[in-house]
Write a protein of this length. Sequence first.
Lengths: 114, 111
Amino acid sequence: EAGVVQSPRYKIIEKKQPVAFWCNPISGHNTLYWYLQNLGQGPELLIRYENEEAVDDSQLPKDRFSAERLKGVDSTLKIQPAELGDSAVYLCASSVSGSSYEQYFGPGTRLTVT
Amino acid sequence: QKEVEQDPGPLSVPEGAIVSLNCTYSNSAFQYFMWYRQYSRKGPELLMYTYSSGNKEDGRFTAQVDKSSKYISLFIRDSQPSDSATYLCAMTDTGFQKLVFGTGTRLLVSP
């Protein structure tokens, strides 16, 4: 069974440029999560989807970050414009609905903003 | 004060040693406790989860939860160089409102 797929794996952009990350969850997983992981820290939740609905986006900086999950499968996280402080690893995870204790993570996208 | 505290390490042990990794937490509503392993430049990999208090064993790994002390542990028996990674604890309440992670402990197992 394929795991969570993310692309790109690495991205280098200049500040003020836009960037987008893509995630394909495990088949059958209705819940999808986007996390931010800074160096030496644990992941922090940005947004959680149940199918197409964003049920928890309280930690998403909405002035520059946006996300969508059309058709309840793939998801895209966008930053516009990027700032130096956005340099981090962006992780996508998925789980069966009601089983957030059993989340499976993708490899992440390492973003560097110069 | 963070909700979940975890010693960042690094923790260096020789091959074959028993490793003890720990987390403390402050939120008494937490009921599910998870351990993830994260290799360099990889995503976290779920090792095991435990509901409420008690022990759970999976091969060389044993997870313990002591809710009265708000303290969880992961023991690794007969540690191997391939166990060298960062170990993250995570926990959530029964409402699954949020998964809270520790900062991770970096483990180095030398041959």
